[in-house]
Write a protein that binds this ligand. Structure first.
Ligand code: PMT
Length: 403
């Protein structure tokens, strides 16, 4: 097994009987040379001691937000930036609830709130607490934020009951995080290109034709790719969205500019086309502001098709080309047609007829169709665009690992 030298892990231990299992998890990471820092919540100290953790991890153990010595050495923001990955194990029902509404009343929650890294949770609690609707809702919120949940598993509990809620075994937690870290390292060498947002096609210097795309879906995909370590370039039409860390953002306005930026960023290994590129542009843009008149006829012509250009490139076609198909009717039929016409490997059919999803919403609902007809069509039902993005990127990672 490859080792984890230079991989930095921030362990957050909450107060639960399975806190003792974290010692074994830390030991596994140390065995593979990972660097570890640990935060103990106040109640975690009732179950494990800072001394036992620091002896095993050979790293600093933090426990108090307002400890001047700690803040001088490494403040809570730097601590969250330091880590490659954050693991909360055991994650109690209380911590899960606090994180879901963004509480930051101690060091653990403050660091998590300030983090831009992948966060893993290994829940552990009584079966009734695990099955409670509030825990389910809180976990759903955290999954929407992009947190990964490991376990829990079913078995006998410390409280004497039997059911789902036991923390996963240390080896399973270790394996999942090790795979994430090693994939991330491998993905750094893989270049991913994403187009996002609308384009503006100018009539004159101040007016343009455009559409309702906010860029949210494409930005979320770029974020998910970057979190998994891909060398990510995002080519975006006009939006007011913030771009995540480590993403190379290229801003454009028109379809012509988007094509040029795409050409400049080839070759790429993966290309995802989520932009809503205007299909038409003015045959001739007026160089001065068009004067007010009773009627105006616009002479439009077909715009460049960026996806078609890339997917049919002789020498620089990415190994994986993924298009989107925004449809208001006959969703799957039209998408399958585009899969073939645009020579994509996958097409993501996006129903844009609803008000609560699709264009300019935080939510979406899509169906993925594959060129490889051995692969089954998959529906990702109504959920946050961040979650849709994670699902798409997980499939990309699987596709790459399976050659
Ligand atoms: O931006 P949001 O508000 O988050 O909304 C997300 C979205 C609905 C815009 C997105 O999920 C989506 O469906 N994007 C595709 C929009 C679109 O233009 O679809 P289309 O069916 O017209 O185009 C098919 C494919 O060809 C798309 O991958 C598109 O990027 C690409 N295309 C289209 C025309 C063109 N001239 N060049 C292209 O590259």
């Amino acid at each position: 097994m490859k080792d984890l030298t230079n991989k930095k892990i921030l362990f957050i231990i909450c107060g639960g009987i399975s806190a003792y299992k974290s010692l074994e998890t830390i030991r596994l990471f140390k065995k593979y040379n990972a660097e570890i820092k640990t935060i103990l919540t106040k109640s975690a100290k009732e179950f494990v001691t800072p001394l036992s953790i620091s002896s095993l991890s050979q790293g600093k153990v933090y426990d108090d937000l307002f400890n001047l010595e700690n803040e001088a050495e490494m403040d809570h923001i730097s601590l969250s930036r330091w880590a490659d990955v954050i693991i909360i194990a055991p994650a109690t029902a209380n911590t899960i609830a606090k994180l879901s509404f963004g509480s930051s009343d101690d060091l653990a929650s403050t660091v998590i709130l300030a983090s831009n890294k992948q966060i893993f949770l290994a829940p552990a609690m009584n079966v009734r607490m695990w099955e409670h609707q509030s825990t389910k809702d809180n976990l759903k919120t955290l999954k929407n934020f992009g947190y990964k949940v490991i376990g829990p598993v079913t078995g006998d509990m410390a409280c004497g009951e039997y059911g789902e809620g036991k923390m996963s075994d240390p080896i399973d937690i270790f394996n999942e995080i090790k795979d994430f870290l090693l994939n991330k390292q491998k993905n750094k060498k893989i270049k991913a290109l994403i187009t996002a947002g609308p384009t503006y096609e100018y009539l004159d210097p101040v007016r343009f034709i455009s559409n309702k795309s906010s860029g949210k879906q494409g930005f979320e995909i770029a974020k998910s790719l970057s979190k998994k370590g891909f060398n990510t370039t995002l080519i975006s039409g006009p939006t007011n969205l913030e771009v995540g860390e480590n993403i190379n953002l290229v801003k454009v306005e028109t379809a012509e500019e988007m094509l040029k930026a795409t050409q400049q960023n080839l070759p790429a290994d993966i290309a995802i086309f989520s932009a809503a590129v205007a299909d038409f542009k003015l045959k001739k843009m007026s160089s001065t502001k068009i004067k007010k008149q009773d009627n105006l006829t616009l002479n439009l012509e077909k715009n460049v098709d960026i996806l078609h250009y890339v997917s049919n490139h002789n020498s620089m076609r990415p190994k994986l080309v993924i298009g989107f198909a925004a449809e208001t009717d006959q969703l799957n039929e039209n998408a399958i047609q585009k899969l073939s016409n645009k020579n994509c490997d996958w097409i993501i059919a996006n129903d844009v007829s609803k008000n609560n999803s699709g264009f300019n919403s935080d939510y979406n609902e899509v169906v993925i169709h594959y060129k490889d007809n051995k692969k089954k069509t998959e529906k990702l039902s109504f959920r946050k665009k961040s979650e849709i993005s994670e699902e798409i990127v997980d499939r990309i990672v699987n596709h790459i690992s399976n050659g």
